[in-house]
Design a protein around this ligand. Structure first.
Ligand code: ATP
Ligand code: MG
Length: 422
């Protein structure tokens, strides 16, 4: 016998037991986005590799190590499964002229792909919901994004998610900081790992984002970007904090928060929980005023964030914030050829009234059909035999309460089911 085929490691099937939680999440998210006036955009899952190199930055974990990239068999073009949504979203906005004299509040959702070591909360195919506000200088828009996060956690019924903020300043700030940082790191060459050595001169800020435990002391003692900020950057950061205080959002400043992508400036933030082990960041984002221009558009201020759906769902499960499981209203059992035909049309008539029902298929004894009816979770069984067919009615039996089975004309089933308390 041949070996059973398996999915790729780190790429998960989402099974019927789990989809109710996903659907509940998606429903809450849709309503939440509407409440803030965000419109959906859907981009392709595959993009030219150059898009991500240009947007995310060549010297980043994502571009150096995590992308699924291949060469197209027909024309040799380098293609990549999207590792994130911002680059594609901005590309699409530019390609379709969505930023011409106007601002945009957009959202996207769907699978992202990164070639990482799979572990709890870290997968190779995972899902994000992301929003991007294009054309807003902020920091009022940065605050809108943060308030949106806070509201969503509430609406999902989860608690214990903390907000960390930082600022990455302007490119001039970062250039100043870079010099100090390189100087500091050069003084500790021996402590650097391979990645850090390689990035020391190409992208030293990225070293601060390293997850290597051996580097954490070195990172903690490194010069802080906060100390290299000019007045504009400080003002943006101060105003952001003032608005957060007015909105009564608690936060902490994490000067080590640099984010794993190169396109950020000014505000960056992460929503973090300590309830998911080391994969504790459930949502992350910030301002990326340079990206639109970097991808060929006119200079356009912008900011956004993306949340990790799997991590949020894990948190909902851990905190018992689960949706009620959906069950059909009815399960129709039938015996005999005549009854089966009658059941077929009865089922369609009942669906016309808005009822949700499962029609038994595949034959079997009355007893085994009733077992399936029970297992379906339906509140009622409709039973159809020769007697019912001859009388032009169906029998309605509660599967959850001790009640007599009754004969009902099809036209009255919906009312009876809706009005029964059980
Ligand atoms: P991390 O530091 O955990 O690798 P990141 O900075 O690479 O995260 P972002 O690119 O900011 O992540 O993506 C936004 C969110 O998407 C993360 O905060 C996280 O919740 C989720 N996410 C990122 N990578 C993965 C992954 N491989 N598996 C599951 N969720 C992920
Ligand atoms: Mg990562």
């Amino acid at each position: 016998m041949s070996k059973t085929l398996q999915a790729i490691r780190g790429m998960n099937d989402i099974l019927p037991e789990q989809t109710p939680l996903w659907q509940h999440f998606e429903q809450v998210v849709r309503d939440w986005l509407r409440a803030y006036g965000y419109r959906e955009i859907r981009m392709p899952i595959v993009e030219p590799t150059g898009l991500f190199k240009r947007a995310i930055g060549e010297v980043t974990d994502i571009v150096e190590k995590e992308m699924y990239t291949w060469s197209d068999a027909l024309n040799g073009e380098s293609l990549t499964l999207r590792p994130e949504g911002t680059a594609s979203c901005v590309r699409a906005a530019l390609e379709h002229n969505l930023l011409f004299n106007t601002q945009q509040r957009l959202f996207y959702s769907g699978p992202m792909f990164r070639h990482e070591r799979p572990q709890k909360g870290r997968y190779r195919q995972f899902h994000q919901v992301g929003i991007e506000s294009l054309g807003f200088v902020g920091p009022d828009m940065d605050v809108e994004h943060i308030l949106m996060g806070a509201r969503l956690w509430k609406q999902l019924g989860i608690s214990g998610i903390q907000l960390q903020i930082n600022t990455l300043g302007t490119s001039e700030d970062r250039a100043r900081h870079r010099t100090r940082l390189i100087h500091y790191l050069e003084g500790h060459q021996a402590l650097l790992d391979e990645d850090a050595k390689r990035r020391l001169h190409s992208n030293p800020l990225r070293i601060l984002d390293s997850k290597n435990p051996a580097l954490q002391d070195l990172i903690a003692a490194a010069p802080k970007l906060l100390d290299d900020l000019d007045e504009t950057s400080l003002k943006h950061f101060e105003e952001l904090q003032a608005m957060l205080r007015v909105a009564d959002v608690s936060y902490s400043i994490n000067p080590r928060l640099v984010r794993g992508l190169d396109y950020y400036n000014f505000t960056v933030f992460e929503w973090v929980t300590d309830q998911l082990g080391s994969q504790g960041t459930v949502c992350a984002g910030g301002r990326y005023d340079g990206l639109v221009e970097q991808l060929g558009g006119k200079p356009t201020p912008a900011c956004g964030f993306a949340m990790g759906v799997e991590r949020l769902l894990a948190l909902m499960e851990a905190q018992g914030s689960l949706p009620t499981v959906h069950v059909p209203d009815l399960y129709i059992v039938h015996s005999g050829e005549q009854a089966q035909r009658f059941a077929l049309t009865a089922a369609e008539q009942l669906r016309d009234t808005g009822l949700q029902l499962v029609l038994h298929c595949g034959g079997g004894s009355f007893k085994s059909q009733m077992k399936k009816a029970d297992a379906s979770g339906a509140r009622f069984a409709i039973i159809i035999g020769d007697d019912e067919v001859n009388a032009g009615v169906v029998s309605l039996k509660s599967l959850r309460a001790q009640a007599e089975q009754i004969s009902v004309p099809i036209a009255q089933v919906a009312a009876m089911v809706r009005h029964s308390v059980d």
